[in-house]
Design a protein around this ligand. Structure first.
Ligand code: 26V
Length: 794
């Protein structure tokens, strides 16, 4: 292999500035510097990438393929710098040119190719797969427009298109030679044993590769994103016949297919373009996987030994029928053998039990777009019914194709993302399939990458940890346990407290400069950041704040613990209830922040346009992590792990991974409240449960009354009538029933925070005991339990 000596980072930056971008330092703009630094870092990543690829071929190792409609990767430059341990060198090099490191890093657009937890998990997994040295590819879609940008007008969410490709992007390599034709529609030709699908329209999927480097540059994998292209940009024949619309149609479809990320992660809508995107991703990925397998191994019966394909939720579930179609229709294997090979290769992760988010497709739409696949789904379903005569539920009920059941049947393992969630999978949505296949469901509790979510985003804390226990924790996060003895030392605890303090000051200053928001870093920073959803209960948080505000007003001199409540999160554009909650929080913030009697003690802000970069600023500065979903509804949560790791104790319910976080950090370092998942199911059956809860708690009653009367919307007093009606009526997510206990837990927080040393110890114990929540641990779990894949690191 070509071996070049590595120039210093400074020389490499200057070389790229000059020869890749045609600028001299005098005339370079910020973007030129950002690109030059990125290319300098990228060159070194490419070296690691080639070596990893070579090793994978040499050893004939099993490869992992992670299929996901979303990869919420955020910015990548700092990731590369941190993982190659170039932070000091990069800072020094830039300062030679009089450039500020952080300013250059912030110039990079935040690639928002995902909605929330599911997409961010995929991004953490990619980084961990490289860090642990597992040969792997991520496959996704190169959306032209990621998740919309959010701003507020009179407190209301307004969406603008996101255009991450509007600025230069340093990380992808276009692969014009890697293209596949993806078909839709058409007809199926049956001639005896041979069946062939003849699609009616076709688009081309073109590959764009992004290298993903692991910690210390020991390994690098590929994120391959597909972009839609027209096969014949223009149908000349149609044009010559005067059919101008048809002439332009192929171009239009191809460009549309990878144009925009669906921003609704709450309700499944069964949109045709979404199904096209799902098949586009899956078909292109499978073609690519089989081409690579064929070049290296050939014998299709070995597929399960050499290839593990993970389906990130049901979005790529069409992989089941598609793989059977290729093996059976195209490669001539018997249907039963094709099924067995496909199942030996595929596994499926479930990320939600919410019925409205479970994918199902109307058979008319499905059959029109994928006629052969619909036949195969029926054949798969019939075979499963025959093999399991006691089965009562079909994946083909109500003229629908149920993608969860299809995924389950086509997978050798199905996993949940926290212990509680996995148990609930077994007892609720998949209870029958679990009875028939008791070994199929396994748990792999989520994790987060400590490189991005501690080392990079919280350098002050990372520095203190490394000073105390060395740097082994960075890729062996359970070493954080070694911090425990230091927590007894009051000098060390002061240092820990000062780290948090400096992070809060930095955030305060930034919020002042960016939003003109004035905050006092001495306050308790209480943070809830996540997608807006009723089950996540941002409304429980704001209603408690309103009740607390009332109480402070009535007795302003009672020595209240000063608190800053921060919110951030996007609502799906069509989710009107969630949008009302955003507006209510903004409206309440205006009134409460302007109350001279109380604003020393309580301040509220909703920061616009929540994304990965904003999370990286907020997480290190948090004192308190709000994880308050209705028990049984949050599959895992991953924000909860980021906060605990960065020393913010949780106020939370026994939901998702909160349960495991509490087990790890200790119940005395976690502010628990609320009903359990079981109690929730029970309470829903109680008539007028909301009314009863309101009647029993005057604080709740008066907070709801203020909202109802228009105290926060004087120009439109009934603005929140719908919200209050819902809470006083069905209140499906049990905001009222959990309110009183939430209020109690928050007062415990107030008391605990007043004891600075006690709080700092609790925060430090959260850090010391969160090592298990590294995504390295999660990935090793998938490798051992599901993929049977090995690390290729020495
Ligand atoms: C659902 C849908 C529905 C159909 C249309 C498009 C779309 C896009 C995304 C989703 C994702 C919903 C599932 C999800 O994000 N689950 C979250 O997964 C996290 C990672 O496992 C987990 O931590 C969160 O608790 C869970 O809500």
């Amino acid at each position: 292999m070509l071996q070049l000596s590595t120039p210093s980072l400074r020389d490499a930056i200057l070389r790229h500035l000059t020869y890749s971008f045609g600028k001299d330092p005098e005339h370079a703009i910020l973007e030129d510097w950002r690109m030059a630094l990125s290319y300098a870092v990228r060159d070194r990543i490419v070296d690691a990438w080639f070596k990893a690829t070579e090793k994978t071929y040499e050893t004939g190792a099993k490869r992992v393929y992670y299929l996901s409609m979303e990869f919420l990767i955020g910015r990548l430059l700092e990731d590369g710098i941190v993982n190659l341990e170039l932070v000091e060198e990069a800072k020094a090099a830039l300062s030679e040119f009089d450039k500020d490191y952080h300013e250059v890093l912030s110039d990079e657009p935040d690639a928002a190719l995902g909605n929330g937890g599911l997409g961010r998990l995929a991004a953490c997994f990619l980084e961990s797969l490289s860090t642990v040295g597992c040969p792997a590819h991520g496959y996704g879609i190169r959306y032209e427009h990621g998740l919309f940008r959010q701003s507020f007008v009179d407190g209301r969410q307004v969406e603008q298109p996101e255009t991450w490709l509007g600025q230069r992007h340093a990380w992808e390599f276009e692969r014009p030679e890697v293209r596949y034709r993806i078909g839709f529609g058409g007809h199926v030709d049956m001639r005896g044993e041979t069946v062939r699908w003849y699609p009616g329209e076709e688009v081309e999927a073109e590959a764009f590769d992004t290298p993903v480097v692991g910690f210390r540059g020991r390994w690098a994998n590929t994120l391959r994103l597909w972009s839609g292209r027209a096969i014949h940009p223009f149908d000349l024949d149609a044009f010559n016949h005067g059919d101008y619309a048809r002439a332009a149609a192929p171009e239009a479809l191809a460009r549309t297919i990878s144009r925009v990320l669906y921003p609704d992660d709450t309700t499944e809508q069964g949109k045709e373009l979404r199904l096209k995107q799902e098949y586009f991703l899956t078909a292109a990925a499978l073609r690519d996987i089989l081409r690579r397998f064929n070049n290296q191994f050939g014998d299709l019966r070995k597929l399960p030994d050499k290839v593990a394909i993970q389906l990130n939720d049901t979005h790529p579930a069409i992989a089941g029928p598609e793989l059977v179609r290729i093996l059976h229709d195209e490669r001539g294997l018997p249907f039963e053998d094709a099924m067995e090979i496909a199942r030996g290769t595929l596994s499926y992760t479930n990320h939600t039990l919410m019925p409205e988010a479970l994918e199902s497709w109307g058979e008319d739409l499905f059959g029109r777009l994928l006629p052969r696949h619909l036949q195969l789904v029926d054949q798969i379903d019939n075979a499963h019914a025959t093999q399991n005569p006691s089965r009562t539920q079909s994946m083909r009920a109500d003229h629908q194709v149920k993608m969860g059941q299809l995924s389950f049947v086509m997978a050798h393992h199905v996993n949940g993302v926290s212990a509680l969630h996995t148990d609930l999978m077994k007892t609720t949505v998949f209870s029958e399939l679990h009875r028939l296949h008791p070994d199929r469901i396994v748990n792999e509790t989520n994790g987060v990458t400590p490189r991005r979510w501690l080392l990079a985003c919280n350098p002050a804390l990372a520095g203190l940890i490394t000073d105390s226990i060395g740097d082994g924790w960075i890729d062996d996060l359970e070493q954080l346990q070694k911090l425990e003895p230091f927590i007894e030392d009051s000098g060390w605890i002061d240092r820990y407290w000062n780290v948090k303090k400096s992070n809060k000051i930095e955030l305060s200053n930034w919020m002042g400069q960016t939003y003109g928001l004035h905050t006092d870093p001495e306050m308790l920073f209480d943070i809830q950041i996540k997608r807006m959803h009723e089950y996540k209960r941002q409304h429980l948080n704001i209603i408690e704040a309103i009740a607390h505000w009332q109480e402070i007003r009535e007795n302003p001199d009672a020595g209240w613990t000063p608190r800053l409540k921060l919110f951030a999160g996007k609502a799906a554009p069509g989710y009107f209830f969630a949008k009302d909650i955003i507006r209510l929080i903004n409206d309440a913030a205006v009134v409460i922040n302007n109350d001279p009697v109380t604003n020393k003690y309580l301040k509220i802000a909703f920061l616009p346009n929540y994304n990965v970069s904003l999370a990286e600023r907020l997480v290190p500065a948090a004192d308190l992590s709000e994880q308050i979903s209705t028990a049984g509804k949050e599959a895992s949560g991953t924000g909860n792990m980021k906060f605990a790791l960065n020393g913010a104790p949780t106020v939370g319910t026994l939901d998702g991974a909160n349960v495991e976080i509490r087990d790890h950090v200790g119940p005395e370092n976690f502010f628990l409240f609320g009903m359990t998942a079981e109690e929730v199911m029970e309470r829903r059956t109680v008539e007028n449960h909301a009314r009863r809860a309101i009647d029993a708690d005057p604080r709740l009653a008066s907070a709801l009354k203020l909202i109802r009367e228009g105290r926060f919307s004087p120009s439109e007093p009934d603005r929140y009538a719908g919200v209050v009606d819902n809470l006083e009526g069905p209140d499906f997510f049990l905001v009222c029933s959990d309110f009183t206990d939430y209020w109690r837990a928050q007062r415990e927080v107030d008391t605990a925070f007043a004891d600075r040393t006690g709080w700092a110890r609790m925060a430090a114990l959260n850090t010391a005991r969160s090592g298990w929540f590294s995504s390295d641990r999660t990935i090793r779990g998938y490798m051992a339990d599901i993929w049977k894949a090995q690390s290729l690191l020495p």
